[in-house]
Each structure stands twice: as C-alpha cells, then as structure tokens.
Design a protein around this ligand. Structure first.
Ligand SMILES: CC(=O)N[C@H]1[C@@H](OP(=O)(O)OP(=O)(O)OC[C@H]2O[C@@H](n3ccc(=O)[nH]c3=O)[C@H](O)[C@@H]2O)O[C@H](CO)[C@@H](O)[C@@H]1O
Length: 373
C-alpha cells in the first residue's frame, strides 16, 4: 500500500524537471505515490517521469517590465494558483516540493496555504526568482550547490542535485583514456535546449585541427533543430564521424563513453559530469537572467575537474588548441576525470528523499538539520 501522495512541482526546462524525476524514482522506491505538477513547456521533457499522475497547471513568467504584460502574467499565475488549490485539496499530499521556476510558485503557495508541508530544491549556486518568492513560506530549502547561509540558513540543507538512474549507472563506467592514434570521443552539448554558439564554433574549430587529430574524433553534438542540418553537413564535408541531434535521450551513456565534454554549466550538467567523472571544458551561458552558470562550475573547476572559459574568449583557434592539447595529454584528462568524480554527489536523491520524508511526517519543522552533510 502507498504511504501517501507527494506532490512535485517542476516546469520550464529539463534543468528543473530532471532532478525532480530523479527524486520521484527514489520516492516511488520507498512506497510513495508521486504527482507531478508542471506546465505546458516542460511536457516534452516529462516522457520518462515515473509519476502516478501528471497535472498541468497554468503558469506565466514575469520577464517583462511592461505593466500590461506583468498584469497578464499575474492574472495567469492567479488562475494557476486556483487550479493548484483544487488539485491539492483533491490529492491531499503529505508534502509538496518545488524545483524552481515560475511554474512552481502557484502549486507551492497553494499547498502551503492549505497546510501541506512544503520545501523547495534549488539546483543552482545562485537562487532563482521562483524559489526566492517561495523561500519564506516553505519549511525547508534544499540546495544542489547552495550551502546554508543568509536569512534562511536554519532551514537550508545541502543535498546536491539528484541525478537520474541512467547517470548512476554510467557512474560505474571507469574513465578510459585515449592514447595517441586511438578514437577520441568528444561530446558537445548546450543543456536541455541546446546552444547555438556550439553549432558555429565547433565545426570551425574542428576544421583547424591537424588531419591526424580530426581522424581520431568521434563526435556527439547536440544542435538546435534549426541548426542540425547545417552542422551535420559541415562535419560531413570535413570527413568527421559525427552524431548530431537536437536532444539525445541517452546522454548519460554518451557521457560515460566520452574522453572530453564541451558544454554549458547548467546545474544538472555540472552535477552529472561530477557523478560520472568526466573532464570538461565548461562555457557558462552568458545571458542568464537568474542563474550565474559560472557559479555552478566553480567547485568542479577549483578541484581541477573542469576548465571554465567565458564564451567571449573562445575563438575557433582557441577551441582548436584546447582540443588538440587535450588529445595529446591523455594522462592530464584522466587526472581531470578523477578530480571531477571527487566532487560528485551520487546520493543526492537519497538525501533529498530523507528530507522530504522528514517534513512529510512532521519530523523536520523549520529546522532540517538531520540530513545535513
Ligand atoms: C539557459 C538557462 O536558463 N539554463 C538553465 C537551465 O538549464 P538546462 O535546462 O540546460 O539545465 P541543466 O544544464 O541543469 O540540465 C540539462 C540536462 O539536459 C540533459 N541533456 C542535454 C542535452 C541532450 O541532448 N540530452 C540530455 O539529456 C543533460 O544530461 C542534463 O540532465 O536550468 C538549469 C537548472 O536550473 C540552470 O542551471 C541553467 O542555467
């Protein structure tokens, strides 16, 4: 018999949804029924989500300064709040956990206003706007990288970012260095939605490699749907073995096979690189409103597991040199892989599930120290 319902609210991008998915697996394993509340945009990432039911509530992002747009967004959020209240009243969850982004604000407010124990999980090293709105209302704040500090320190817990079961499986695969002359597996991706920068920058850089190096490259590269054909054609013209797609459903096993990864430093991306233990060149998204991606990468870089390089400094020549150097120094890459792995938090799902159960059963009220690492 189920222990009861837990409501998880996550929306927007894969970056919010995937940690919720990882937690859902652990909660289901422990006998809870899981209800996911999300928004329209996140539906395309929710295919693998092990929820008993998925509910869509209306949501809006307050991104503009135009008073009419703000009024419209607030009205939609209010409607979302009313929908969420009806859901909460119907399913009577024992706890409700938000994973950041505006779509989580109506359901978590609704749950708190009906007396349900609530928490938020912040994946990033800097708290986003949605979670900042909720921070005062919830019983606990779990962090992927966010150590307890500031006015809410007493209810903050560093759990790490839950990673999905496929990532945990890939973590069992040891890093394999590529000796000179051997195939070199390079994985390039931009996050759950891709990054245009890599579609232009990487083919230009790979064109500058020596012929011998280019022959060694076995490439996986994510490209946005509009860019994919051109990227594919550019690599075909260079004679490079390349697998190009807008989204790889098997990213964890591609990371496991990689000798080097070049990508953005979104929270789950950084956490997965650490748990699996792969060397990377991280290029923080330069225009982020909320999440300073460089901050996510800081611990991994400080331990020597990754190089963090601003996009503005990455000419084709610089990228080519970075790749050429990496290919000629397999032992340096192996050291980076080991350093990355030392910063990994493979038990984040377990720690977060402990916290959820503590608030669901009333054991953590305002003070969530039990699960602190
Ligand atoms: C532009 C923007 O606002 N980005 C934010 C967004 O990023 P984004 O949604 O890109 O989030 P993350 O980098 O955290 O996660 C990307 C996820 O997509 C997966 N993946 C990616 C490509 C692919 O082909 N297949 C695949 O499975 C990765 O393995 C990873 O699990 O949410 C993150 C978590 O709040 C934030 O840190 C980012 O700053």
């Amino acid at each position: 018999m189920s222990k009861g319902n837990i409501l998880l609210a996550a929306g927007g991008t894969g970056g919010h949804l995937f940690p919720a998915e990882a937690l859902a697996h652990e909660l289901k394993r422990r006998g809870w029924a899981v209800h996911l509340v999300t928004d329209k945009r996140a539906e395309r990432f929710a295919g693998q989500f092990p929820a008993d039911e998925i509910h869509t509530v209306r949501s809006a992002t307050i991104g503009s300064k135009n008073p009419l747009s703000i009024a419209r967004a607030l009205w939609t959020l209010w409607q979302g709040y009313r929908e969420a209240r009806r859901l909460v009243a119907r399913f009577q969850p024992k706890a409700a956990i938000g994973f950041g982004g505006y779509p989580t604000v109506p359901p978590i407010f609704a749950a708190a206003s009906l007396g349900v124990a609530t928490a938020v999980h912040e994946q990033n090293a800097v708290m986003g706007r949605g979670n900042r709105l909720l921070a005062g209302r919830v019983r606990a704040i779990a962090g992927g990288f966010l150590a307890p500090s500031g006015p809410y320190a007493a209810k903050m817990v560093l759990t790490g970012n839950p990673v999905r079961p496929a990532v945990i499986e890939s973590a069992a695969v040891a890093y394999r260095a590529s000796a000179p002359g051997e195939p070199f597996h390079l994985v390039v991706f931009g996050g759950s939605q891709g990054a245009q920068f890599f579609s232009q920058a990487l083919p230009a850089a790979i064109k500058l490699l020596s012929e011998a190096s280019r022959q060694r490259i076995v490439l996986t590269q994510q490209a946005r749907p509009d860019d994919a054909d051109l990227v594919r054609a550019n690599y075909a013209a260079l004679g490079v073995t390349a697998d190009i797609a807008p989204f790889f459903g098997d990213m964890a096993s591609r990371l496991a096979a990689a000798q080097l990864v070049i990508c953005r430093s979104g929270a789950s991306t950084v956490s997965e690189l650490a748990v699996i233990g792969r060397p990377s060149i991280l290029v923080p998204y330069p225009h982020a409103l909320d999440h300073d991606q460089a901050a996510n990468a800081a611990a991994l870089a400080a331990q020597g597991g990754a190089l963090v390089i601003p996009q503005a400094e990455l000419s084709a020549e610089r990228i080519a040199k970075l790749i050429e150097d990496a290919m000629s120094e397999p032992s340096r890459l192996s050291e980076m892989a080991a350093a990355a792995k030392r910063t990994g938090k493979p038990d984040a799902s377990v720690l977060l599930a402990d916290l959820v159960e503590a608030i669901a059963t009333g054991k953590a009220t305002g003070h969530a120290k039990e699960t602190q690492q």
